[in-house]
Write a protein that binds this ligand. Structure first.
Ligand code: PMP
Length: 348
C-alpha cells in the first residue's frame, strides 16, 4: 500500500505540479522544477535516516536485482572475495550474481530450517580479507528480520534493505552500502535507492558497464541519464508524509503495534500458526499457515472475496503472508485480525 494522503496529493498535482502548468511526467529532468523534486527527495531521506555527509544517496533504476550485480562490480576491487549471509531467496540471488565476478563464501545459512531464523553471527565469522559482507535485513518471502546488525569489524557491510528500509531505525554508519528497491516502503517500482559510503565509490572493475558504475551516478547527481522522474516524485511525497508523521521512530512504533497485533493473534490461535522463530519475526511480512492446504486455499479465497487481497504466501513457500508495510494503517491490521478470528470460529 501507499499512504492515502500521498496518492491524494499526487492526484491533485497530476495535471499541474505546483503551478508549473505540467505534470511531473512531462517535465524535463533538467528543469529547475524537477531539480527541486529530486534534491528535495534526497534531503528528506537524509533527514529521515540521519545519513551522514560522507555517504552519497543515489536514485537508480533496475530494481534491487540490478544491485546484486552492481555491488560486486563496484566493491570487489582487487580482493575478489565476498562473504554472504544466506537467509532466504533474495540472499541466494545476491550470492549467485556475485559468483559471476568473484569467489563467494556463505558465512552462515538458515536454509537447514527453511529460512525460519537468522543465524547467530559473531565478528570472527567474517573474513577480514574479503571485499565486503552482505546481509538481507528483512527476508520478504520467509518473514524474518535481523534484530541486531552484525559487527563485521573493518569489513564493509552491505545490506539489501528492500523490504524494511524506513520501517525501523537503522544506524547508517554501521553500513558501507545500503540498497533498496522502492516498491515496499518508498514508493512505486522503478526507482532503487542506494546509500553508499564515499570511500567505496570509484573502485569499479574495468569490465563494469558505465551505467553500473556508482561513480558515474555520484558525479552526475543520479542524472547521468534520465532518472525515473515520476517514481522519485512519489518517493518525495512518501518521505514528506513520513516526516509529518514523526519520522522513522514514529512509524517504527506503529509497525511494532501492527506486528504485535497480528503475532499476538497467531500465538493465541488454535488454528493459525506463525511459521518463523518468534525472535526473528519480521515487522513487515507476517507469514502463517493453517493445518491443511485445503484450509489455506479456502482462507485466501474467502479473504480475497472480503477485500483482503495479496494474502497468498510466495509461490515458493505456500501458506499465507500478510505484508504490512509502512503504508498499511493499524486499522487495516485490526480488520484482518477480526477476519481471521471469524474464519477460525467458522472452521474450528
Ligand atoms: N531483495 C528483497 C529483500 C526483495 O524483497 C526484493 C523484491 N521483492 C528484491 C530484492 C528484488 O527487488 P526488485 O524486484 O526491485 O529487483
Amino acid at each position: 500500500m501507499l499512504p492515502e494522503p500521498v496518492l491524494r496529493k499526487a492526484a491533485e498535482e497530476m495535471l499541474d505540479c505546483q503551478g508549473s502548468g505540467q505534470s511531473v511526467m512531462e517535465m524535463s529532468h533538467r528543469s529547475p522544477e524537477y531539480e527541486a523534486i529530486i534534491q528535495g527527495a534526497e534531503a528528506l531521506l537524509r533527514d529521515l535516516m540521519s545519513i551522514p555527509a560522507n555517504y552519497k544517496v543515489l536514485f537508480l533504476q533496475g530494481g534491487a536485482s540490478t544491485q546484486f550485480a552492481m555491488v560486486p562490480l563496484n566493491l570487489l576491487g582487487k580482493k575478489a572475495k565476498v562473504d554472504i549471509v544466506v537467509t532466504g531467496a533474495w540472499a541466494k540471488k545476491a550470492m549467485s550474481e556475485a559468483k559471476l565476478y568473484g569467489s563467494v563464501r556463505a558465512v552462515a545459512s538458515s536454509e537447514d530450517r527453511k529460512f525460519t531464523y537468522i543465524p547467530r553471527l559473531s565478528p570472527d565469522m567474517f573474513d577480514q580479507d574479503a571485499a565486503y559482507a552482505h546481509i538481507t535485513t528483512n527476508n520478504t518471502i520467509f518473514g524474518t528480520r535481523y534484530r541486531e546488525i552484525p559487527d563485521t569489524g573493518a569489513l564493509p557491510l552491505v545490506a539489501d534493505m528492500s523490504s524494511n528500509i524506513l520501517s525501523e531505525e537503522f544506524d547508517v554508519t554501521k553500513f558501507g552500502l545500503i540498497y533498496a528497491g522502492a516498491q515496499k516502503n518508498i514508493g512505486p517500482a522503478g526507482v532503487t535507492v542506494v546509500i553508499i559510503r564515499e570511500d567505496l565509490v570509484g573502485n569499479a572493475l574495468p569490465i563494469t558497464p558505465t551505467m553500473l558504475d556508482y561513480k558515474i551516478h555520484v558525479e552526475n547527481g543520479s542524472m547521468y541519464n534520465t532518472p525515473p522522474c515520476y517514481a522519485i516524485y512519489i518517493a518525495k511525497l512518501v518521505f514528506e508524509w513520513l516526516k509529518d508523521l514523526g519520522g522513522v521512530s514514529a512509524i517504527q512504533q506503529i509497525n511494532e503495534q501492527k506486528a504485535q497485533l497480528l503475532y499476538g493473534f497467531l500465538d493465541h490461535s488454535k488454528l493459525f500458526k506463525g511459521t518463523v522463530d518468534p525472535e526473528f519475526r519480521s515487522l513487515m511480512n507476517v507469514t502463517f499457515v493453517l493445518p491443511t492446504d485445503e484450509l489455506n486455499k479456502a482462507f485466501v479465497k474467502t479473504a480475497t472475496a472480503s477485500g483482503f487481497v495479496n494474502l497468498k504466501g510466495h509461490r515458493s513457500v505456500g501458506g499465507m503472508r500478510a505484508s504490512i508495510y509502512n503504508g498499511m494503517p493499524l486499522d487495516g491490521v485490526r480488520q484482518l485480525v477480526a477476519f481471521m478470528d471469524a474464519f477460525e470460529r467458522q472452521n474450528a
